[in-house]
Design a protein around this ligand. Structure first.
Ligand SMILES: *[C@@H]1O[C@H](CO)[C@@H](O)[C@H](O)[C@H]1NC(C)=O
Ligand SMILES: *[C@@H]1O[C@H](CO)[C@@H](O)[C@H](O)[C@H]1NC(C)=O
Ligand SMILES: *[C@@H]1O[C@H](CO)[C@@H](O)[C@H](O)[C@H]1NC(C)=O
Length: 282
């Protein structure tokens, strides 16, 4: 999987916010090398088409787990993958963790989350082999059971709250794929989120993405970021600006995923990981 090359370059960006020109250029170079290759969209869409063909929740979770395990197998730093078994269902959540290299900063946790039954599996592609080792600890979460009341993320946020885990920033990626012609925008949701994370997301879109951003609201705790917000953790939520009119219905299928737009979300998630990998932004 060539997408993982992004972390093979050994480039550590100096995080600061707002970003200097040189930092943005370095970050963009990093992204360009892997994410803007001509066949990126084709590679990405075949990856997702296999995901969509997974017959049921258990099988797709196992498939996803194997993808995540493969993607960290040759990582030069210390990375692990764990399943979180939930009492409420057969599908487990998955947590991949890159342990920070700095003995103090590794206690500061950065989380990229997505739920498994969405197309947001790209976190797997970031937790990849190569020479890029963050100072903080970076976790990639795939939550079970989002569609039935955010139960996977709520269970994990509760555990982190009980264990007093120092989460310095969490971003939830959900519904990035529905694109409307002429609307090359990323929605930055402003309710049930943390203001500082949200401000950072706007800067990241400005610095890393081709798309622009607009403010949006859900009106309720519409996805897994809300579980983290509920426990007082700093969380943000970028998503498509207009939700798919057929969301969760038959027309909400693989063919309707706009991979060029998904690519913008990949750049945003990568920017978040890179900028948050040491203190400076948040
Ligand atoms: C679906 O999931 C169950 C476990 O819940 C498993 O036993 C079964 O083999 C899976 N596959 C299909 C095609 O039903
Ligand atoms: C990985 O873990 C080992 C053993 O704890 C440690 O010696 C090493 O420095 C760690 N590597 C990184 C990059 O943190
Ligand atoms: C977006 O929302 C933030 C605060 O939630 C506000 O400060 C800013 O002016 C808004 N920007 C636009 C372009 O609507």
């Amino acid at each position: 999987m060539k997408l993982v090359l992004v972390v093979s370059l050994g480039v550590a960006l100096v995080a600061s916010c707002p970003f200097g020109d040189e930092e943005i250029k370095a970050g963009k170079r990093l992204i360009k090398t892997s994410f803007e290759e001509p066949d990126f969209v084709g590679t990405f869409s075949s990856y997702f088409s296999r995901y969509y063909q997974s017959p049921n929740g258990t099988e797709s979770q196992r498939w996803l787990l194997s993808q995540v395990q493969d993607s960290i197998a040759n990582y030069v730093g210390n990375a692990t993958v764990n399943e979180v078994v939930h009492p409420f269902g057969v599908q487990n959540s998955i947590i991949a963790r890159i342990t920070g290299s700095d003995p103090t900063l590794r206690g500061e946790i950065v989380i990229i989350g997505a739920h498994q039954d969405s197309v947001n599996t790209f976190g797997a592609l970031l937790a990849a082999p190569g020479g890029y080792i963050p100072k903080r600890t970076i976790e990639f979460h795939w939550y079970a059971a989002e569609e039935v009341g955010l139960r996977g993320s709520a269970a994990i946020a509760q555990i982190y709250n009980t264990n007093r885990v120092n989460v310095v920033g969490m971003v939830n990626f959900d519904v990035p794929g529905y694109h409307i012609a002429g609307r090359d925008e990323i929605g930055i949701y402003t309710d049930h989120v943390n203001a500082e994370v949200t401000t950072l997301l706007r800067l990241l879109v400005d610095g890393y993405c081709t798309y622009t951003w607009i403010n949006k609201t859900c009106g309720y705790g519409c996805s897994d970021h809300a579980s983290w917000t509920n426990y007082g953790f700093p969380a943000g939520f970028p998503a498509e600006t207009v939700f798919h009119p057929l969301m969760h219905r038959p027309g909400d299928n693989f063919e309707s995923v706009g991979f060029t737009q998904v690519n913008e979300f990949v750049k945003l998630s990568l920017g978040f990981v890179v900028e948050m990998s040491e203190p400076g932004s948040l």
